[in-house]
Design a protein around this ligand. Structure first.
Ligand code: SF4
Ligand code: SF4
Ligand code: SF4
Length: 277
């Protein structure tokens, strides 16, 4: 199914109410457990805040950001969980030359590592800085939050949403938007009057409610137009990225040859091992 035929109102969506987030990082741990991602070396203070690890990575698909601010002369903390936004019309999918990403009708934007050639166009295109490279590997590919697709398509909620005691509600996009509006109307003093993700990048399957203005919390300002409508035009001007159609196809061929060579070498190694047994 192409993303244009998806009924976005029905896609499964996260409503992350940062005013209810306690910063417990249960979501971060549940994500690591479910996806069997290893722990990373952390440092106490990164300069940007108190979050650990300092960035999302190939081993950390979600992390809780800490932001300190002053209110009525008091020091306060705000927390929010950062993850793939599962865009309705994902820029990562639009630039991938081999179709490794796609938006599922259920909501998650998933990634097929078998197709990936490691070109990193998706990393440049994503307006939220989500896909990460496997720097730890000799032949790196890209990793990101899967939206727990294997759970969602079997009727379960994502691991992080299940673990969260307070801040994450999960349901259809229409329901989550209604719920967000209801909360803002019921407690106008508690909420900043914008649902982040409602329109950003053409709309996403992750929505945020906040108390503070989004820029104060460090949310990225993102255009409301779906990004695929001009992703390629924008990428043409990114230095170091070789983006003529001919160049892209040459890269695809080069990477495919490299992949085939690696697979052949692995098969040879395995058959040598079997011969020695
Ligand atoms: S946030 Fe980035 S990686 Fe996630 S779906 Fe959107 S464009 Fe793709
Ligand atoms: S949806 Fe799944 S993969 Fe994504 S952050 Fe939550 S637990 Fe991790
Ligand atoms: S589990 Fe929920 S309350 Fe705890 S840090 Fe994550 S989003 Fe916040």
């Amino acid at each position: 199914m192409s993303s244009s035929t998806i009924d976005y109102g029905k896609t499964k969506t996260f409503l992350i109410d940062t005013t209810k987030c306690t910063g417990c990082r249960g979501c971060q741990v549940a994500c690591k457990q479910w996806n069997q991602l290893k722990g990373e070396k952390t440092t106490f203070f990164t300069g940007e805040g108190y979050q650990n690890p300092p960035q999302m990575s190939e081993f950390t698909f979600t992390r809780v950001k800490f932001k300190d601010y002053e209110k009525h002369g008091q020091n306060e903390f705000a927390f929010y969980k950062e993850m793939c936004m599962h865009c309705n019309d994902p820029a990562c999918a639009s630039v991938c030359p081999v179709g490794a990403f796609h938006k599922t009708p259920e909501g998650p934007v998933i990634y097929n590592a078998k197709k990936c050639i490691g070109c990193r166009f998706c990393m440049v295109a994503c307006p939220f800085g989500v896909p990460k490279y496997e720097w730890s590997k000799a032949f790196p590919l890209v990793k990101k939050c899967t939206g727990c697709y294997s759970r969602v398509k079997n009727g379960l909620h994502p691991a992080c949403a299940t673990a969260c005691p307070t801040a994450i509600t999960y349901g259809s996009r229409d329901e989550m938007l209604k719920e967000a509006e209801k909360r803002m109307a019921a407690k106008p003093d508690r909420y900043f009057k914008v649902v982040y993700g409602k329109e950003e990048a053409g709309g996403t399957s992750v929505l945020y409610l906040t108390q503070q203005p989004l820029d104060e919390l460090g949310f990225r300002p993102v255009t409301k137009r779906p990004l695929p409508s001009y992703t390629w035009q924008a990428l043409r001007f990114v230095p170091g990225i070789f983006l003529t159609v001919g160049g892209t196809l040459s890269l695809v061929t080069w990477f495919q040859h490299r992949k085939d060579r690696v697979r052949r070498e692995e098969e040879e190694r395995n058959s040598r091992k079997e011969g020695n047994q």
